[in-house]
Design a protein around this ligand. Structure first.
Ligand code: GLA
Length: 736
């Protein structure tokens, strides 16, 4: 016995020595000798919270903006809510380094240098972040840190900087970049920061190019997982989808960064901004406000300072929430929390409201008494459930709960005896897109997830003027038992549409009583009503989603998603393969000499106006985009220009653009704008007019011989340039 005991340490020692030798030779003994990199700097144990100027101000950063925002952190409760970092983004320096090779703060923007700003901020108990890039230049053309990492890191440290966002521009080897080169560039700066003697949060910003979730946790505190966010639902959604897949990489000190928040910037609805905040929080993302907080409305500040949602983000367990189901765009995110509670976010990606269902078991909670409380982190209502988690979630919205399992008898009994019942009122329709005068089945249901019965009133449906509903079954019994759903069905008939496409709301309502008293919930379902196009007009949808087409007199409307006909991401006159639009057209109406004209009256909106959005006229061998695609499009693009594009290479896409007039930057041309395409043989002249009298030529294109068919299709088209549909309206389509 005693001999065996003695042997043990010896065996372990031998084992450890063997292991450390093996490690030494396999990964290099330097690993043991070098100072700890980013993740071991002891910082960002929970995701950082703060502000960054880029989303709202671009290059217009200054000491006064940063200091005023710091003042506001203190006065508006943001600091108390956890916001700490004031991050200066690109454009803070001069275009050249000084004689000693040091970066120089722009004397106009930062008259007293960066250290003075750091001192100001530190005096308030806040922290300062700065920006640089891993290449020769920053994204806006200022000097980058490549080859100057040590000098820059030491200067940042000397100035009192607390965070570095390290971008990916000016990397001369871009085209031949390998993951190893990325890692090397980002590690050089990590080492320089660690050697600087100051603890600096290291924020890697290589846009998710080379799987940073695989290597950045070892050298940094956070890493961007995607390309830049823009202030649109489509951009936010695409980032959520990418970032959600990387959950396993996140841990205290090292976080996936889905980019800065857009809340308050105006491109999304309040419900969409609440979704952004909820989803960033359940994904344990850095919460970096990207709006002008000095001008933020009460509604915006209320989103940024929702303490219950922030508590989910900042939970000390440090797990990124995972997506446990995503049926048909109805997402359930789940994040375990340090005290045993579970955060649940029910996110409806779609534009129409829908019921989302999960259970306590599915989200990993377990009460041996089968009793749980759910706290709605936005409405603050607390309710009791025996395990079902049901909510009706409006389009693009998120319902967020904190689920607590009763783990002792007293709290279980208490929860049942004194909480409101978890009850959800839902409404759904067989079809949410209806033609003039059409009918659809609509179901209203009420689910009682609680442990006790509730007493329900009628499940009613209220409709806009002109709409009719007929109940197809009797109203259900008033007692709705635990874990039961009652429902009532209606046949809803739409009136004749007076405009080409319109949206209406069907509103379900009821009353029910639980231990807490009487409740009167309502839930609304958006329905699109359209008046179908009439002969000789036909429709074509080359997108992967549904498109809606409407006509009323000479007004035509198209609601479509689609990636565009000419992605403008790298400029109006470049292209990548893309051919997604909805069109209202006429078959074989353009011969070798013809004029096609139409006026764009509405383009895009209400939200989700994509960078590749286009609305205009099309002359094409086949408007359905099939067999013989050659043709020409003339359209108003997202940059406020009128552009002329054509398919000249015999491919299936519109592949070259010429000309571009009528507005600049993000200024849209005044609508209505009339567009005209004149075909003479293989030549097409595009022009536009904003007054219907004076025409300005956009350009002329000539298709290769044999490309244009002797008769071609012609009409109007729209593409949202994003995954969410937008609408464009046209008048006076004429083809002669
Ligand atoms: C890149 C980054 C952005 C911002 C800009 C500044 O695009 O991804 O977050 O820092 O550069 O030029």
């Amino acid at each position: 016995m005693s001999a065996a005991r003695k042997q043990r340490p010896t065996r372990w020692l031998t084992y450890l020595l063997t292991l450390s030798c093996a490690l030494g030779s396999a990964v290099g003994l330097t690993m043991l000798a070098t100072p700890a990199n980013g993740v071991d700097n002891g910082l960002a144990r929970t995701p950082i919270m703060g502000f960054n100027d880029w989303n709202a101000f671009g290059c217009n950063v200054s000491a006064s903006l940063i200091e005023q925002t710091a003042d506001l952190f203190v006065s508006s409760g943001l600091q108390e809510a956890g916001y700490e970092y004031l991050n200066i983004d690109d454009c803070w320096m001069t275009k050249t380094r000084d004689a000693g090779g040091h970066l120089v703060p722009d004397p106009t923007k930062f008259p007293d240098g960066i250290k003075a700003v750091a001192d100001y901020i530190h005096a308030k108990g806040l922290k300062l972040g700065i920006y640089e890039s891993a290449g020769l230049t920053t994204c806006q053309g200022y000097p980058g840190s490549l080859g100057h990492e040590t000098t820059d890191a030491n200067d940042f440290a000397a100035w009192g900087v607390d965070l570095l966002k390290y971008d990916n521009c000016g990397t001369t080897t871009d085209t031949s970049s390998t993951q190893a080169q990325y890692i090397a560039r980002y590690t050089t700066m990590a080492d320089a920061l660690n050697a600087s003697g100051r603890k600096i949060v290291y924020s890697v910003c290589e846009w998710g190019n080379y799987s940073p979730a695989d290597w950045a946790p070892a050298i940094s505190n956070m890493w961007r997982t995607t390309d830049d966010i823009t202030d649109s639902y489509a951009s936010m959604l695409s980032i959520v989808r990418q970032n959600a897949q990387l959950a396993s990489a996140a841990k205290p000190g090292a976080w996936n960064d889905p980019d800065m928040l857009e809340i308050g910037n105006g491109g999304m609805t309040a419900a969409e901004y609440r979704s952004e905040f909820s989803l960033w929080s359940i994904m344990a993302a850095p919460l970096i406000a990207g709006t002008d907080l000095r001008k933020a409305t009460a509604e915006t500040l209320a989103i940024y300072t929702n303490a219950d949602v922030i508590a989910v983000d900042q939970d000390s367990l440090g797990k990124q929430g995972t997506l446990i189901s995503e049926t048909g765009g109805l997402d359930v995110f789940v994040k375990p929390l340090a005290n045993g509670d579970v955060a649940v976010a029910l996110f409806n990606e779609n534009s129409t409201g829908a019921s989302i269902h999960t259970t306590a078991k599915a989200v990993g909670a377990n009460s041996r008494y089968g009793v749980y409380t759910l706290t709605d982190l936005w409405s603050k209502q607390v309710s009791e459930t025996s395990g079902g988690i049901d909510a009706y979630v409006p389009g693009h919205a998120t319902v967020m709960y904190r689920l607590h399992a009763a783990t002792d008898v007293r709290s279980a009994v208490n929860a049942v005896a004194s909480s409101a019942a978890q009850v959800s009122l839902g409404v759904s329709a067989t079809s949410t897109t209806m033609a003039s005068g059409a009918s659809t089945a609509v179901t209203v249901n009420l689910t009682n997830d609680s442990s006790l019965p509730v007493l329900a009133g009628d499940l009613t449906l209220s409709l806009p003027t002109g709409w009719n509903a007929k109940a197809t079954g009797a109203n259900s019994a008033p007692v709705v038992g635990p874990a039961r759903t009652i429902s009532r069905s209606y046949t809803v008939k739409a009136p004749a549409a007076t405009v080409p496409i319109t949206s209406v709301e069907l509103t379900a309502s009821t009353t029910y009583r639980d231990l807490k008293g009487k409740h009167s919930p309502t839930s609304s379902l958006g329905v699109t009503l359209y008046s179908p196009v009439s002969t000789p007009n036909l429709t074509a949808n080359t997108t992967s989603g549904t498109a809606v087409f409407g006509q009323s007199g000479s007004t035509l409307a198209i609601s479509a998603a689609g990636s565009g006909v000419n992605p403008a991401s790298s400029g109006v006159f470049t292209r990548t393969a893309s051919d997604e639009y909805g069109a209202i057209y006429r078959d074989n109406v353009v011969g070798s000499s013809a004029t096609v004209q139409a006026t764009v009256t509405v383009q895009g909106g209400p939200t989700g106006f994509g960078a590749n959005s286009a609305s205009g006229i099309m002359v094409r061998n086949d408007a359905t985009g099939n067999a013989t695609p050659e043709g020409v499009v003339l359209y108003v693009n997202a940059n406020g220009q009128v552009a002329l594009a054509y398919a000249a290479k015999g491919g299936t896409t519109v592949d070259t653009t010429v000309g571009g007039r009528g507005g600049s930057g993000s200024t849209k041309p005044p609508l209505p704008i009339a567009l005209k395409l004149v075909r003479t043989g293989t030549s097409y002249v595009g022009s536009y007019s904003t007054d219907g009298m004076t025409w300005t030529t956009v350009g002329t294109v000539t298709l290769p011989a044999g490309a244009s068919a002797s008769t071609q299709d012609a009409g109007v088209f729209h593409t949202a340039g994003s995954a969410s549909a937008t609408e464009a309206d046209f008048t006076d389509l004429s083809i002669s």
